[in-house]
Design a protein around this ligand. Structure first.
Ligand code: ADP
Ligand code: MG
Length: 153
């Protein structure tokens, strides 16, 4: 069961949710994004970047797997779709235990490398541009983040 969920109606709204979430994050926090192609995972990551004060344009890291951005905290944006059915380790540990925030699209493809706890945001498509964002916190730390975010909606 998700801790809570909310519906957005535009990509701007999804970015806004992520932007607010960003203000609650600390170094070493890990977010995983699930949802089909076009659900809005990269859109969410763009909002997160804005919330962390990243000035550069954030694009999908599908081909590079990881992109790093300088913000108030460093942002490590990963898209591990291409690692499906491989056990390639691109040094995940250093990112997950690093001094920045990690956001991972298609994280279940690298399940073995994920840290013990993280916050999963699952995005599902509804009618038109509706998206349901469901939050699954992996421990108390992420639960309090989700609770605070929930309080703003
Ligand atoms: P993913 O990374 O999950 O494949 P993207 O973020 O790249 O998805 O693409 C999502 C697409 O859906 C974008 O074109 C975005 O503008 C559009 N979109 C429409 N409505 C929404 C919404 N409510 N939230 C997020 N994206 C939306
Ligand atoms: Mg994407």
């Amino acid at each position: 069961m998700a801790d809570f969920q909310l519906t957005t109606y535009t990509d701007g709204e999804t970015q806004h949710v992520a932007e607010r979430l960003a203000t609650l994050l600390k170094p070493g926090d890990v977010l995983t994004l699930e949802g089909e192609l076009g659900a809005g995972k990269t859109t969410f990551a763009k909002g997160l970047a804005r919330g962390l004060g990243v000035k550069r344009t954030v694009n999908s890291p599908t081909f590079t797997i990881i992109k790093e951005y300088d913000g108030e905290l460093p942002l490590y944006h990963m898209d591990v779709y291409r690692l499906e059915n491989t056990d390639e380790d691109i040094g995940f540990d250093e990112y997950f235990n690093g001094d920045g925030v990690c956001v991972v699209e298609w994280a279940h493809f690298i399940e073995d490398y994920l840290p013990d706890a993280y916050l999963t945001i699952s995005i599902s498509c509804g009618d038109n541009d509706n998206r349901v964002l469901a939050f699954f916190p992996g421990n108390d730390h992420y639960q309090s983040i989700a609770a605070e975010l929930n309080g703003w909606w």
